[in-house]
Design a protein around this ligand. Structure first.
Ligand SMILES: NC(=O)c1ccc[n+]([C@@H]2O[C@H](COP(=O)([O-])OP(=O)(O)OC[C@H]3O[C@@H](n4cnc5c(N)ncnc54)[C@H](O)[C@@H]3O)[C@@H](O)[C@H]2O)c1
Length: 342
């Protein structure tokens, strides 16, 4: 039985508690939040104790794994404290908001010899695995276009009611760093690594520091081209899409679920089978619009990785890539030039 501490008793902290309750080899023993009542309420739901100081929480003997569910720009400090206390790390996306902070987390985990994963729920949809297999086998032929579209909606209240969303200091960006990262990660996983980007970002329909709308062009290793488009001002909000087009086929996914499977070498039976997966929701129209099932799958993978001493499905180096792409997009928009990812 692995004992978990959830740090950050907000929206996603609640999702971690709900998901961990469904994993036989996991138990939440500690919940940590800045506000005592919020931490106590979630702890009571989990049958756990609560703390208000993350340093004390992560150092407790009854903790093996720490879920870092604090605002995105407040992941590194919690992760470093947990790693130096010898605890395994589950960090919410993005791993953190700058490459310097991301690298601190990766280094802390490596030095402490603990496992690190970063949450990317769509990776745990069946469609993602099927698309990855088709890509690895070259079933699309020569890849020519690979795109991610994140046309979501958040009202002004979403930003006004939070002390960190839409800020550079703690969200590290707007639609791309917070919402778009899920499908940018999928695009890069399936068709990448993305080699270079050029972009424009804008804040068009919200009062906020960071972008609510962005468009980028991307290049891929074989010369293929792609588009990344994101907005949180696109009412009513549509499922995020990744589209992969080659000269022998097209695959499109919505939130990790296959919605188009047209391959020159596939049969009608295979096409039908590919379209069978049930949507687990996306958060396209509101932050609360998805089930905890994808989190359960990723947390169960981490539990197995720890118990059987194998790498988790998504490690720190992989989670770093989407942050690098998004930082390059911001850099490109500021400079008006192409940015090459190193
Ligand atoms: N994987 C997903 O689908 C998904 C969905 C939503 C949010 N997230 C990520 O989860 C993280 C949190 O987002 P949220 O929507 O839950 O935010 P939230 O504002 O609802 O909750 C964050 C909580 O962290 C607490 N907190 C801040 N600093 C703390 C500290 N030092 N110690 C303890 N608690 C602290 C805050 O008081 C707040 O309760 C972000 O990184 C976000 O990107 C991921």
């Amino acid at each position: 039985m692995l004992k978990f501490c959830v740090v950050g008793a907000g929206f996603i902290g609640g999702v971690h508690v709900e998901a961990l309750a469904k994993i036989p080899d996991a138990k939440v023993t500690v919940v940590c939040g800045l506000v005592e009542k919020t931490a106590a309420d979630l702890a009571n739901k989990a049958g756990a104790v609560w703390e208000t100081d993350y340093r004390q929480a992560v150092a407790r003997d009854d903790v093996d794994v720490v879920c870092v569910c604090t605002p995105s720009g407040a992941h590194a400090e919690v992760a470093e404290a947990a790693a130096s206390a010898g605890k395994h790390l589950v960090v919410e996306k993005p791993l953190d908001i700058t490459l310097e902070r991301v690298d601190r987390i990766v280094a802390a985990a490596r030095q402490a010899g603990v496992k690190l994963t970063c949450i990317f729920p769509y990776r745990f949809m069946g469609g993602t695995a099927l698309a990855k297999r088709a890509m690895d086998k070259g079933r699309l032929g020569r890849l020519v276009l690979a795109d991610a579209y994140i046309k979501w909606f958040r009202d002004q209240e979403y930003y006004d009611s939070s002390n960190w969303k839409g800020t550079w200091a703690l969200d590290g960006g707007g639609v791309l760093m917070n919402q778009g990262i899920h499908n940018i990660d999928l695009l890069n996983y399936l068709a990448g690594p993305i080699i270079s980007v050029t972009a424009r970002t804008a804040t068009l329909a919200h009062q906020m520091e960071t972008e609510d709308t962005a468009v980028a062009l991307a290049t891929f290793p074989n010369g293929a081209l792609g588009v990344i488009e994101g907005s949180t001002a696109s009412w009513p909000g549509e499922s995020g899409r990744v589209e992969l087009h080659g000269d022998q086929g097209t695959i499109a996914l919505e939130d990790g679920r296959i919605v188009t499977w047209k391959l020159a070498d596939s049969t009608p039976e295979e096409e039908k089978q590919m379209l069978d997966e049930v949507s687990l929701g996306s958060g396209a129209s509101s932050a609360a619009g998805f089930s905890c099932e994808m989190h359960r799958r990723q947390l169960a993978d981490m539990v197995e990785a720890i118990l059987h001493d194998r790498p988790p499905a998504i490690d720190g180096a992989e989670a770093r890539q989407s942050v690098a792409i998004i930082r390059a997009i911001y850099d490109s928009s500021a400079k008006g030039s192409w940015i090459t990812l190193s």
